[in-house]
Design a protein around this ligand. Structure first.
Ligand code: ADP
Ligand code: NI
Length: 211
């Protein structure tokens, strides 16, 4: 079993070298640690499934996938995972996606752990750093005051592709705290959420935007 994890790790390290700093291999290491912290109080979790799902959870993300690049299933196959294990890992990964808040229902404890672990890395101080790294890599503005005001009025308008980085807090990151599934995830999310709120309060005060 460890061999499968080892082989997938080698491939994932190589693949992540192409991604920007919001999504480098350190993201995987942090999500792995979060998953282990959450799973510590959930002894029934299958940690092989959790670890493989953490390693592979962003491989098929359309934001990062290039034409012809290898899929999570292909990596699992190549690493020697049997069909049953591969299916479990792919199901776990499927439940990670945010999808505008219309996410898949959590069907397994492994799915709950990996989803919460990934979301913890999207919020708090590290979430702030990643958001500006992502926006910077795509040449986006730091903020757009009109956009911030609009996101607080309407649910629909802000989902356009070219939003400024700060808008992403309002469209997604501030919602994550209430979407955590595990008790430990909820607990860990609270401090990170509060830190983001105080960052945004300070930012809005400095730039004079509507709060
Ligand atoms: P994750 O790997 O945590 O699921 P995503 O794949 O959604 O995160 O995005 C990677 C990182 O880029 C996250 O930290 C996220 O906050 C950030 N990000 C995603 N979309 C945007 C956006 N439209 N503007 C700014 N940052 C974004
Ligand atoms: Ni991720």
């Amino acid at each position: 079993m460890n061999k499968i994890i080892e082989r997938c790790t080698e491939q994932v390290i190589e693949i992540y070298e192409r991604f920007d700093a919001s999504h480098d291999y350190d993201h995987i290491l942090r999500v792995m640690k979060n998953a282990e912290d959450i799973a510590r109080v959930m002894p029934d979790a299958d940690m092989t499934v959790v670890r493989l799902a953490v390693l592979l959870h962003d491989i098929d993300d359309p934001k990062y996938k290039e034409a012809g690049s290898v899929s999570a299933l292909e990596l699992l196959d190549a690493a020697g995972a049997e069909d049953g294990l591969a299916t479990k890992v792919l199901e776990t990964i499927k439940s990670v996606s945010f999808n505008g808040g219309n996410e898949e229902e959590i069907v397994s404890i492994e799915g709950a752990i990996v989803r919460d672990a990934d979301r913890l890395d999207a919020i708090g101080a590290i979430g702030i750093a990643r958001t500006f790294a992502f926006g910077g890599a795509r040449g986006r503005k730091l903020y757009d005051a009109d956009e911030i005001a609009r996101t607080q009025m309407s649910e629909d308008e802000y989902r356009s592709k070219n939003t400024a980085s700060v808008t992403h807090f309002y469209e997604k990151l501030l919602l994550l705290k209430d979407l955590m599934v595990t008790e430990e995830g909820k607990r860990l999310a609270k401090e990170r959420h509060d830190f983001m709120v105080s960052f945004l309060d300070q930012l809005n005060a400095e730039i004079g935007a509507a709060k």
